[in-house]
Design a protein around this ligand. Structure first.
Ligand code: HEC
Ligand code: HEC
Length: 181
């Protein structure tokens, strides 16, 4: 936590300077940029600092208001939240909540789901190596194997864990995307 804090403090000082310059008539996305050094691009924190993406506007507003009033103690957020008016807090919270929804919607497209298979099964399922290709397999074949891996009826080295991460609708969508008719 101390390391996080030291890094966070450095970033805070850097972004505070930026912030003063931009405070005048900041748009919601400019407001959100001030959070990115710590909470990650689009609020998708890669590290120990909590992500903002995927959280509701209500949640973000509530935390910010609590940090601002001191009702909630943070290492850096109390100071940061005090720098924002209530209107700005609502605007920045809506900004992150809206981004989260866009990403959630994008993530469920079949091609985005199937992208997660590419590192092992190759682009478009055309595996170049020892891992079985998915290209050329029927929709039914891919669906059945996935469901078997998911239930444990079929043993794999990695596929049981992977298949458990998908619900049956997602498996059907991936199979339709990758499979041949
Ligand atoms: C200097 C780094 C830094 C910046 C800049 C920053 N945060 Fe944070 N944020 C943190 C840390 C660290 C925490 C964990 C609480 C703490 O220690 O203050 C946190 C916690 C939060 C939480 C609570 C999340 C949860 O799941 O409990 C919210 C909401 C939040 N920040 C919103 C924002 C918003 C909105 C901005 C931009 C206006 C912002 N933060 C800018 C470091 C930062
Ligand atoms: C980390 C690498 C990895 C990822 C990611 C991965 N697979 Fe696999 N897949 C394998 C391996 C290895 C096998 C052989 C069985 C085993 O050992 O688990 C396999 C086997 C399969 C099989 C059975 C093929 C056959 O002919 O027996 C199907 C179907 C399959 N994977 C579908 C998928 C789908 C769909 C995704 C994406 C949602 C995916 N896999 C993601 C590594 C991976």
């Amino acid at each position: 936590m101390q390391v996080v804090f030291a890094v966070a403090l450095g970033l805070l000082m850097a972004s505070a300077a930026l912030w003063t310059a931009e405070a005048a008539d900041a748009s919601p996305s400019m407001l959100g940029n001030a959070c990115a050094p710590c909470h990650g691009a689009d609020g998708r924190s890669p590290g120990a600092i909590p992500a903002l993406s995927g959280k509701s506007a209500e949640f973000i507003v509530q935390r910010m208001v609590e940090f601002k009033s001191g009702a909630r103690q943070g290492t850096v957020m109390n100071r940061i939240a005090k720098g924002y008016t209530d209107t700005e807090i609502v605007a920045v919270a809506q900004h992150f909540a809206a981004l989260g929804q866009t990403m959630a919607a994008a993530a469920v497209t079949p091609s985005a789901l199937a992208d997660a298979c590419a590192p092992c099964h190759g682009a478009d399922g055309l595996s170049p190596g020892a891992i079985p290709a998915l290209a050329g397999r029927s929709v039914a074949y891919i669906t059945e194997r996935m469901l078997e891996f998911k239930s444990g009826a079929r043993e794999g080295t990695v596929m049981n864990r992977i298949a458990k991460g998908y619900d049956n609708d997602e498996i059907a969508a991936i199979a339709r995307h990758l499979g041949s008719q």
